[in-house]
Design a protein around this ligand. Structure first.
Ligand SMILES: O=C(O)c1ccc[n+]([C@@H]2O[C@H](COP(=O)([O-])O)[C@@H](O)[C@H]2O)c1
Ligand SMILES: Cc1cc2nc[nH]c2cc1C
Length: 347
């Protein structure tokens, strides 16, 4: 059976560097703290890169796609075929993630983590399919332990081969808000009713059915308490690959921009395995999916944006990217009170 070796993740904490970064930020020509979250972002980027002058090099947008056995149980407002159809749309450049990534100057790579359809090889697509979709988690584990380890390792491997020092992570998978909600309930103890949302747009009856089914699924896998056991039992392949990619990215001290609810659930898995992963993550937004706020709270993080989005794909990560660029530019290019000859009455 394949085993996934959880990579070591160095802590970013460095009190001396943090003090120097804060001093540098405070000497910029602005009232103390006036750039708000851009300032804390700049501090985080400096600590991740261990420098007072961070730089963002060759950022990569990766979209992990996978299908879910649970989708056959009516947990989504859309049919499973939308997963591969949207992958085709992404490869043709027509999805929201493509449009927003183009605006931000980011290339998009799609990773087939387990789509239930054969995708023809072509540029921009990495074929890493573990299986054509997970098993139905209401009947048994979504993945075997070996499949789960394979997916984690494949996610890490995708990262290992990548240039640059920043990755933006998104996903596509009809039914994957169910896996994300189940992981939130299991790994953070959030009541399943609060963790489950409308996903792609279930109506009230659909939401009630989804809640009832996922409560049963959670009870069925009551023994899967440890992060990797929970991940295998509850799915899915794209979430496991995302978690593996995050662990490897943090191991390599790369910055990670986490997209929406499902990506944040993958971050929860990664952080339960290696808590220091959180220091490398920027959480792009708080979206409209019901459990998203509880998930970010469980992680102890603040999102950058709040735009009522609930699309996934990496769309919000692409929108957040210019804010990271702004944080770096502020540190590197903005004048200080001394260099600009501006009076500093701030003490
Ligand atoms: O990332 C989010 O916050 C988000 C919230 C709701 C839905 N989605 C997307 O919608 C799909 C999952 O929704 P569902 O209803 O099929 O579970 C999947 O392709 C996700 O990318 C994504
Ligand atoms: C059309 C569509 C696009 C998506 N992008 C991410 N999840 C999605 C779900 C649907 C249904």
């Amino acid at each position: 059976m394949s085993i996934f070796q959880v990579p070591a993740v160095p802590a970013t904490a460095d009190a001396e560097l943090a003090a120097r970064l804060q001093q540098r930020i405070d000497r910029k020509t602005k009232p103390l703290g006036a750039l708000g979250r851009i300032e804390s972002l700049a501090l985080q980027l400096g600590l991740v890169q261990r420098t007072e002058a961070p730089v963002l090099q060759q950022p990569q947008m990766l979209v992990f796609a996978g299908d879910h056995g649970l989708a056959r149980r009516g947990v989504s407002a859309y049919p499973q075929d939308v997963t591969w159809q949207m992958v085709e749309n992404m490869l043709a450049g027509g999805a929201a993630v493509n449009v927003f990534s183009r605006l931000a100057g980011l290339g998009v790579t799609v990773v087939d983590a387990g789509v239930a359809h054969d995708l023809a090889p072509r540029p921009g697509l990495l074929l890493r399919k573990v299986a054509p979709g997970t098993a139905d988690a209401s009947e048994g584990p979504a993945m075997s332990a070996a499949q789960c380890a394979q997916a984690l390792a494949a996610g890490a491997e995708v990262l290992r081969g990548l240039p640059g020092n920043a990755v933006l992570l998104g996903e596509m998978g009809i039914g994957n808000t169910s896996s994300a909600a189940l992981l939130l309930a299991r790994l953070a103890g959030v009541p399943i009713e609060a963790a489950v949302g409308r996903g792609t747009g279930l109506d009230d009856d659909g939401l009630a059915r989804k809640r009832a089914l996922l409560a049963q699924v959670l009870a069925r896998h009551a023994d899967a308490q440890q992060p990797l056991d929970a991940l295998a039992a509850l799915g899915g392949f794209e979430i496991a690959m995302l978690a593996g990619a995050m662990l490897q990215a943090a191991h390599e001290r790369r910055l990670i921009v986490v997209d929406g609810f499902i990506c944040a659930a993958a971050a929860l898995v990664a952080c339960r395995l290696q808590p220091a992963v959180r220091d490398y993550c920027v959480f792009a937004h708080l979206g409209g999916e019901a459990g998203h706020a509880a998930l970010l709270q469980a992680l102890g993080v603040q999102p950058l944006l709040q735009l009522d989005m609930r699309l996934g794909e990496g769309s919000a990560a692409a929108l957040a990217w210019p804010l990271l660029q702004a944080a770096v530019a502020m540190l590197r290019e903005m004048a200080s009170f001394e260099s600009a000859g501006v009076s500093d009455s701030g003490g």
